[in-house]
Design a protein around this ligand. Structure first.
Ligand SMILES: CC[C@@H](CC(=O)C(=O)O)C(=O)O
Ligand SMILES: [Zn+2]
Length: 351
């Protein structure tokens, strides 16, 4: 009996960056498997194959896009390193002294292509992140309309998700990293070109990941530098345990709301192209106790927003600067006097 040769994986281990935490694999299932529906309805991540969700976009090479995308401006981040940590421009106002580690520029697509193709070590790295809207060319609209909308709408309906809010076209250079963060929307993430590693952490690991305070420009972003973790400030990061997959063309990842995620375009893997499908979450109908971790995250966000708005002065809630006596007292009190909810909200985030 012919034994099926194990499928040669089209990438090598050395193309993955090395981190200190352990990971398990995210389940990978064909869209015909009923377990896909079960995992999505449970808010569990899964890599889904054979969906044909964005098949028309498989031909979206740089040349094809240059010919058909249209001559609008394209939102692109440039960074001095491989790290592209998102920041909320609106929150920069209240953080005068803070300068984000990357810059958002608007470029014409031919300029983006030229800079990417002529990249030399030492140049700024680029990451195009553009919402697909009606400024794109006719042919792109034709391709877009041929996505597998019936398949994706089934999941929107079955899980009572709200409207499709946006599709982000992502074109990243090899080695680019979007550091760990969470979003407040459901996401079906279609990998179209190249290979991208995704590492996920469930909302229950909030206390291991220390997201920035809500009023900070890096709201929702994990403070821990995965490449050089500061275990003194973030001791609980030692307990982080991830779930990962390498996504290739036509793979679709269901990325549940509030799950922390890190993306990296494989080292020496060339350009990567992905398209996100973000949906508003289903309305919460019945509150059952104990609350789910994602509900606690939503509560923490509301408490932090209320405190910051009520005080109307971020200085009042800003975390302490370099370690100081008061900081160690705050830590001591936080560890001894407050329960897990307040500890998770404060320790390493406001202390
Ligand atoms: C936005 C960039 C990121 C994807 C992501 O964070 C998301 O789809 O929520 C990535 O692919 O680098
Ligand atoms: Zn995200």
């Amino acid at each position: 009996m012919a034994t099926s040769e194990p499928k040669q994986q089209p990438w090598r281990e050395e193309q993955l960056r090395k981190y200190t935490f352990k990971t398990d694999q995210i389940p990978r299932l064909p869209c015909s498997d009923s377990k896909v529906d079960e995992l999505i309805s449970l808010g569990q991540p899964v890599v889904i194959t054979d969906t044909k969700l964005a098949t028309p976009a498989l031909k979206w090479t740089l040349d094809y896009l240059q010919e058909h995308l249209g001559d609008g401006d394209y939102s692109t981040y440039e960074s001095d390193s491989h790290i592209f940590r998102y920041f909320d421009e609106k929150k920069l106002q209240s953080h005068k002294g803070y300068s984000p580690p990357m810059k958002r520029i608007e470029v014409k697509f031919p300029e983006f292509v030229q800079r990417v193709r002529n990249y030399e070590p030492g140049d700024k790295k680029l990451y195009l992140q553009q919402q697909l809207n009606d400024t794109v060319g006719k042919q792109i609209v034709v391709d877009f309309l041929q996505f597998n909308w019936p398949w994706i709408s089934t999941y929107q309906r079955k899980n009572n998700w709200g409207q499709l809010t946006s599709n982000l076209l992502l074109i990243g250079m090899e080695g680019n990293v979007t550091p760990c963060h969470y979003d407040e929307q459901e996401n079906l993430y279609a990998q179209v070109g190249g290979y991208k590693r995704v590492i996920l952490f469930p909302p229950s690991q909030f206390s291991c990941l220390y997201p920035y305070p809500v009023h900070h420009p890096h709201d929702r972003q994990c403070q821990v530098d995965f490449e050089n973790p500061d275990y003194e400030r973030f001791p609980n990061f030692r307990n982080a345990h991830g779930y990962e997959a390498v996504l290739g063309p036509e793979d679709v990842l269901y990325l549940p709301m509030y799950w922390f995620h890190h993306f990296e375009s494989l080292l020496d893997g060339g350009l990567t192209t992905s398209i996100t499908f973000w949906y508003k979450s289903a309305p919460t109908t019945d509150i059952t106790y104990p609350l789910k971790p994602q509900q606690k995250m939503a509560m923490m966000r509301n408490i932090e927003k209320m405190i910051t708005e009520a005080l109307n002065d971020p200085e009042e809630v800003r975390s302490f600067g370099p370690k100081s006596d008061s900081d160690s007292w705050v830590r001591f009190l936080a560890v001894v006097l407050v329960g897990p909810f307040m500890k998770d909200m404060v320790l390493g985030r406001y202390t």
